[in-house]
Design a protein around this ligand. Sequence first.
Ligand code: HEM
Length: 366
Amino acid sequence: MIDFTDHFVLSVYGIANPIAVQRLDPIGLDNSLKQLHTLTTEKRVHEIADLLKRLLPLPSTYALYSQEECLAAMRDVGIFLGTLKKLGSEPVQLVPELIPLLCELGTRTNLPPRDTLLHYTFWNPNGERMRTYTGTSDERALVESVKMAYSDLLVAIIMLDRLYDKAFEGKEFESICQVIRDNIESMVNGIVHAKRLVSPAYFANELRFYYEPILVDKTEPYIGPGAVEMPMFLFDHILWNCDLKDADYEKFKEGYLPFNFQFIRDMYWKYKTKQSVWSIVIENLETHPSEETVKAAEAALGFSYILKSFRMPHKKLADQSYSHKEEFNKQTGSGGYSVDILQRIMELQNDKIHSLHESIHKVKGP
Ligand code: HEM
């Protein structure tokens, strides 16, 4: 199995060790996080900027940072970026020294010149040292809900990629499908966790504002570290939609590529011109209707229940949160889309599930 604490596995996929990054405190935020939360509650913008200036490393220091230190520094500076933006300031205007630092950290880690969801969750320590904007239990639960799903989602993607190269029937195909289902199930657990512990009203009136886009080096802003950046879109891409021609949905998926690992970006383009797993399964049922192809199709259809169990409650959570939008006048998610995109993705997904069901029934009979 794939273990994201194993150095070899991490190096194969070009992923910095999450445990090593989580341990680091390159700018000394451990001792200043509580103070930052207090200043944030009291909306003392200039004192927050002064604190950030005191913590910012000198160019001669960050020039010597390791890869892990670059990621941990970006994670910790990122908390200030979201906080200053929430309090109404453009961070780089208030603290121009940020620009060269963010650009260098971004370039050296092959990620954008600001923090991403990876910094905020995957590389964020647990417990006392967890980096948050507010320190509240709701925010901690939101970070945990993504953390509990992230590594398993990566495993599910890698296994789906491996599945693609196997024969689309037989015991091996079915057992890999089972491994993928076990891993993708963590997305459901993440939503259950968020539904239990994150108040939609608190998200709408407080948390959502920390994930706003910021300007750095160009006129185009960079989006904040929201869960929409998760490479769930790549899982869907390989499983059921890389061959779906829908310009808006493609724009949606491609918009989040820069905020993901290089191997996620490469895999996205690799599948862009291929047939999706479910399309191949449907074609096999049509060209070779047999007990084996039905069994394989049923194994592949097994993902549909999990996708629905993630998307339906997630949409409900988003609807509940955005029903508070009049109070805070924020109509879109951190990725720049309204909840309508969630409905659209569910419709596209359900159409494909329906086609797969139909093809199985045609072979099996009523
Ligand atoms: C209060 C909690 C949450 C709210 C209000 C919320 C809201 C939203 C909204 C409005 C979008 C649309 C795109 C955009 O952001 O611009 C979105 C997308 C998305 N969110 Fe969430 N979300 C929440 C929690 C989570 C959690 C905990 C996860 C994962 C564990 C998650 C995973 C995703 C994914 C993967 C997408 C992309 C669309 C899809 O694949 O269906 N969200 N979310």
